[in-house]
Design a protein around this ligand. Structure first.
Ligand code: ZN
Ligand code: ZN
Length: 266
């Protein structure tokens, strides 16, 4: 089996992952992957923004950890990247981060639908009760479309993340998916198949098959990511992700170097 590159993995610097990059790399080699990429949660301008990301003064250490893994595993291609939060008004900050290192790609993710509401933090589940689920999903997909259109990212992370805790709106969300995908299709951005969803309450890859069928119809490119927060999660459920990609019609996926893509056959 020729595995796709695993482009979504974290490091202990984000304060909720374990294992050094070299340990993730060792796992990738053991599985037979030939390319991976680290995309840890990017710092914010203010370190007290939240508690689940590296601090700004840890960015050098992050890059050095990835460089060390590159030196330890010269036969494994290891990309240097970030998972950056898209929030309205943060575009200049993301550009600032982009200029600091020779990154290979940026994953743009929406976790926040308001300054005090994330869609993926279990601590925020009670806050959903004051909100209409469809409204939360609508804000989420509007922000996701803005992220795609911003041109700041090569990849859109875990595109249907609000399903994580199975808080589904009563309404059909297909129009939300279509609006996002129509806007994303006008850009060059890829959507990742993120297998972490299989490890969450929703027990489903991000994004769903229905979403991915709509993406394939619009020829939106794809990447693959385990969203590993521990070495054992590297490449997890990639067979299922490959099956899903092929089933909806994908024949290639993207790899990135120095923020330029190449298409690779699946
Ligand atoms: Zn994320
Ligand atoms: Zn992640």
């Amino acid at each position: 089996m020729r595995w796709p590159a695993d482009y979504h993995m974290h490091t202990p610097l984000c304060r909720h992952a374990s294992g050094e990059p070299s340990e993730y790399a060792a796992r990738a080699v053991a599985l037979g992957l030939d390319e991976i990429g680290f995309s840890d949660h990017s710092p914010m301008r203010r370190d007290d923004f939240d508690t689940w990301r590296m601090h700004l003064n840890e960015l050098d250490e992050y890059v050095e950890k990835v460089r060390r893994a590159q030196r330890d595993f010269p036969n494994l291609t290891i990309r240097l990247a970030l998972e950056a939060d898209y929030l309205p008004g943060h575009q200049d900050w993301i550009r600032d981060l982009a200029a600091r290192y020779p990154w290979d790609y940026f994953i743009g993710s929406v976790h926040y639908v308001a300054d005090s509401l994330t869609v993926d933090d279990p601590h925020d589940i009670p806050k959903w009760k004051d909100r209409d689920a469809f409204e939360v999903w609508s804000i989420y997909f509007e922000r996701l479309a803005e992220a795609a259109e911003s041109g700041l990212f090569e990849i859109i992370g875990h595109a249907d993340l609000p399903k994580k805790f199975k808080i589904y709106p009563k309404q059909d969300c297909t129009p939300l998916f279509e609006r996002f995908l129509d806007r994303a299709a006008k850009t060059n951005v890829a959507v990742e198949l993120n297998t972490a969803g299989l490890r969450k309450d929703c027990r489903e890859i991000y994004p769903s098959r229905a979403f991915l069928e709509l993406a394939a119809r619009r020829k939106i490119p794809i990447t693959f990511g385990s969203d590993a927060h521990a070495p054992a999660e590297v490449g997890s459920d990639f067979a299922a992700a490959l099956d899903l990609a092929r089933a909806v019609g994908y024949r290639q996926y993207r790899r990135f170097a120095a923020r330029k893509f190449t298409e690779t056959p699946l």
